[in-house]
Design a protein around this ligand. Structure first.
Ligand SMILES: [Zn+2]
Length: 136
């Protein structure tokens, strides 16, 4: 079988697979950033809370919150079995999200949280939000 990726591209792809979180949504975010010429972002930076993207120069941390794992008000679908486990899990995730946001803000970061669903379609609203925080 022919390897369709160059060596550089291959390691890029592999690092994305290894990363935590939802690969599909992160790849979509990368696509949007590239499409709109937004630069200066880095991934997998050792920043508290492990933001999905950071803009080190502007001190902006960007998180993409999965609709299920983070309890999106529009799309969270409470599982019908093991409810105690899932409710506990969601509560834990949300508590952690708040802690991470608070801690980063105290350290001078601007925290941007984007719902996974906002990346669907054109993603225009997300791009606008990113541009806005970067401009400040
Ligand atoms: Zn959602």
């Amino acid at each position: 079988m022919v390897d369709v990726f160059t060596k550089k591209k291959r390691s890029e792809v592999m690092s994305q697979i290894r990363g935590r979180g939802n690969r599909g949504t992160e790849l979509r975010m990368i696509e949007l950033l590239r499409e709109h010429g937004i630069t200066g972002w880095r991934r997998n930076r050792p920043v508290f809370g492990r933001p999905d993207f950071v803009f080190p120069a502007e001190r902006v941390a960007l998180f993409i919150d999965g609709c299920f794992w983070h309890g999106c008000p529009r799309h969270y679908n409470r599982p019908s079995s093991n409810t105690e486990f899932w409710d506990g899990k969601l509560l834990k995730n949300r508590t952690r999200d708040r802690l991470v946001t608070r801690t980063l803000k105290k350290a001078g970061w601007t925290v941007l949280r984007v719902w996974e669903h906002a990346l669907q379609g054109t993603g225009k609203a997300v791009v606008a939000r990113v541009r806005k925080v970067l401009a400040h």
